[in-house]
Design a protein around this ligand. Structure first.
Ligand code: GLN
Length: 537
């Protein structure tokens, strides 16, 4: 029988439900139990593709091209659960599907209602995700906060799961807040209230994870237990710790959370296998060097806009026995005249991330030129690669005014443009290239050396491409095309000539990096950044 764990959140948002769910997944997997992770987002958007990274953090792209919430990135980094279209459920998708069936007459004239039609569709999707792979346990993170109007249908569906699947196969874990008030006393009242709210809709949590600045005393646990009907030994303290998020599974393990979960679900833990994870944490604690990476972009006020890049840099640094400090370099400040020497002071490597729209582009171009001329290691991702190409076209290939048609549709030299604008390749259209695809890497290039393989698979999310019409001119001027799509039709990666380490990639290598398996390109970029610094000294 398959097992289901629902993770809900109470009191307020941003308590780290995604990380808690992912950590439980990591722990179960570390004890030989295959997991499947599912994220429920109660918003009406069908997917996160159209949502601004300002508001919602990055859009995480999966192999199958789903544009999802960044929590799927956490699942990918913490577990080996598949992450794809099936692992994300939004209110928008549920309603779209139910309304589609209604229009097709599938409900045979019945009144279509929240219960059972919406809740059935929710349950159907959870079961479909579970059946897709051999997972023993499916962990479903219910987004939002208990008490939000929009989460109600999802909570109702999870309540029904107990009836459908049997109590012994369904577990409710509730993450709540135990705040410190007036800097003195931990308060349990918000937790009592949010559990009360859950119980009102028929859900009795089995386990409580209490977030707070301090570890709960036995006395506090007793009090919480008394008011919530959760046995005291199942009240866990998720206190703030000054370490990496990757230590959370180990902190939970120390408290025996995984044993508690497995016991309740009637699962027998296998011998723990978390050596790679533990090694990552050990290296983190032992690392003494810090590499400083300048991230030249926009949207920088919200750290989560580049979540996967931050994580991949961190993984790449640890792979080199170092820590990373990410220095935000606002490209708009460069446009406003900020001195480059000042902006790039003590920077070991430059990363130009992905993005959309015209804002801040000229500042990125100025910064890219600086990195090229000053021989600073540089990694350009998606938009970042396009910037490297435009800069090279303007300042080396002599194509004055070169640009992407995304930023200037009238440019005299559209070195980056939509495929449909590039005459000879018509079949693609102006749609987004999304998801996993193949790239062929050329021998003797930095990217080929990094991956150690002539063929790789990475995920894409972009509309524009380096123009096939300008490729020759750029290559003649020295720009190295280091990777291409099968058949050599499109540029997948570039490299500057006579430069210690540079690579621009049209895909997003950050989405496939894990602490225990850092993305090779990030590891190579960090290695080059560290090497450059050592040489200077
Ligand atoms: N805006 C660019 C394009 O659509 C780059 C996209 C990105 O960086 N993800 O091609």
């Amino acid at each position: 029988m398959k097992k289901y764990i629902f993770v809900t959140g109470g009191v307020c948002s941003s308590l780290g439900k995604g990380l808690a769910s992912a950590s439980i997944g990591a722990l179960l997997e570390g004890h030989g139990i295959k997991v499947c992770m599912v994220k429920i987002d109660p918003y009406l958007n069908v997917d996160a593709g159209t949502m601004s990274p300002y508001q919602h953090g990055e859009v995480y792209v999966t192999d199958d091209g789903a544009e999802t919430d960044l929590d799927l990135g956490n699942y990918y980094r913490f577990t080996s659960s598949p992450v794809g279209l099936k692992n994300t459920i939004t209110t928008g998708q549920i309603y779209q599907e139910v309304i589609r069936k209604e229009r097709e007459g599938k409900y045979l004239g019945r009144t279509v209602q929240m219960i059972p039609h919406i809740t059935d569709e929710i349950k159907r999707r959870i079961v479909a995700a579970t059946n897709e792979n051999e997972a023993k346990v499916t962990i479903i993170e219910v987004g939002g906060t208990v008490g939000d109007l929009e989460s109600v249908p999802f909570l109702e569906a999870s309540r029904q799961f107990v009836n459908d699947m049997g109590k012994e196969n369904v577990l409710f874990i509730h993450l709540t807040l135990v705040p410190l008030v007036a800097g003195e006393e931990l308060k349990t009242k918000p937790t009592q209230h949010s559990v009360k709210e859950l119980r009102e809709i028929g859900i009795q949590p089995d386990i409580l994870l209490c977030r707070g600045p301090e570890e709960l005393t036995e006395e506090m646990k007793k009090k919480i237990s008394l008011f919530t009907n959760v046995e005291k030994r199942s009240v866990f303290s998720a206190y703030d710790v000054d370490t990496t998020v990757y230590e959370i599974p180990l902190i939970y393990r120390e408290q025996g959370l995984h044993l508690n979960v497995m016991e309740k679900l009637g699962l027998t833990p296998e011998k723990p296998q978390m050596a790679a994870w533990e090694k990552f944490i050990r290296t983190f604690h032992n690392s003494k060097t810090t590499v400083r990476i300048g991230m030249l972009g926009k949207y920088l006020n919200l750290t989560d806009s580049y979540k996967s890049i931050n994580e991949a840099l961190f993984h790449g640094a640890i792979a080199n026995g170092a820590r990373v400090e990410i220095v935000k370099i606002d490209s708009e400040e460069i446009e406003e005249g900020k001195k480059l020497e000042e902006a790039f002071k003590d920077i070991d490597g430059i990363l130009i991330p992905g993005g959309f729209g015209k804002r801040g582009i000229e500042g990125m171009l100025t910064g890219a030129r600086y990195a090229r001329e000053k021989r600073i290691p540089c990694l350009g991702i998606c938009l970042g690669m396009q910037i490297m190409v435009i800069e090279y076209a303007r300042n080396v290939a002599g194509l004055k005014g070169a640009n992407s048609t995304e930023f200037n549709p009238e440019t005299v030299a559209p070195v980056v443009s939509l495929l449909e604008e590039q005459m000879d390749v018509k079949e693609y259209g102006g749609t987004m290239r999304l998801g996993r695809s193949e790239s062929h890497l050329k021998d003797g290039t930095k990217i080929r050396e990094a991956y150690g393989s002539p063929m790789i698979f990475e995920r894409h999310r972009h509309r524009y491409e380096v123009s096939v019409r300008y490729r020759d001119v750029l290559e003649e001027a020295g720009l190295m095309v280091s990777g291409v799509t099968p058949g050599n039709s499109l540029v997948e990666s570039v490299q500057w000539p006579d430069h210690p380490w540079s690579t621009g990639v049209q895909f997003h290598p950050e989405f496939t990096s894990k602490p225990t398996a850092p993305n090779p390109l990030f590891a190579a970029f960090i290695k080059a950044s560290l090497a450059g610094r050592k040489k200077e000294k």
